[in-house]
Design a binder for this molecule. Sequence first.
Ligand SMILES: [Zn+2]
Length: 324
Amino acid sequence: MFIRTYLRKVRDWVRRLLSHPQTPFGGILMLHRVDAPNSTGIWYNQHLKMSPQTIDEMVDYARKHKCCFVSLDEMADAIRKKKKVRRWIAITLDDGYRDNYKKGAPVFRQLNIPYTIYVCTKMVKGEMLYWWEILEQLVLEQNEVVLNDGRSFDCSTKEKKEQAFLDIREVILKLPQDNLKENLKTLFANYDINWDYGNNFLGLSWEQINELSKERLATIGNHTYSHSAFTGLTDDEIKEDVNKAAGEMRKNAGIEMNHFAFPYGEATAVSQHDIELIKGLRFATSATTKDGLVCYGTDLLELPRLFITERSWKCVIDRIVENC
Ligand SMILES: [Zn+2]
């Protein structure tokens, strides 16, 4: 047993020395919101939040285990040049929530940590449909949710509210995504809902993006304009959505975005064809939500990431420490 472990260590050492393509040397963390999760909320939404205190704790833990926090550009450079580095971590935040500016930027500044925010420009323009936030409020308020077609969902206990949220979410995801707001108005006709909820406070503003762009540690990336799943779009529509985001950012904040993240990166939402399409758009990197560590042979335009939550961060950092 001891010999086998020893041989594996020697093999890993040799592989690292030769920058073997499958040798992992770090990870890209995927966060969304910087805020304390609300314990009375729906976990499926709340798990997108990580509090500034937990980020502080995570960075401290990672640094104690010899991890080094780098920018996405530095990470890409290490892949390109096969640098002999270990335990490199890049932080990315998807969507462009306002708390990234209010609570994220101060903690990253204090810790001296580079980070990339992939901005969905529709959120900045205040034109987003935050149906998942609205649905959370609805199931928390009601004891039962009845859709216009008569389907009903029991929301009488916290456990049932969690399940109802997931079940109704499935119903919403199956709706035609164009003209979604009208479809939702019909589906939830039994309730008086403000479908513009969140547009004046959940997303980053252009002023905040402008300020962030002047920060040495911050990078702003492209996360499309509308955050639509690529599976429902034609090639031309995908290109239009990505270029529209680039144009809005250029016009309103003077930023050229060199990094891209797929709006939904899982296999069901992004095909190999979509990945090839994005490869043709000249980004320095593009990130998926596919789980994995960064290796010397990782494709810069198909970067894997590590989803991290308030509850799971230690396991994720341990995975980097053990393998890199
Ligand atoms: Zn996203």
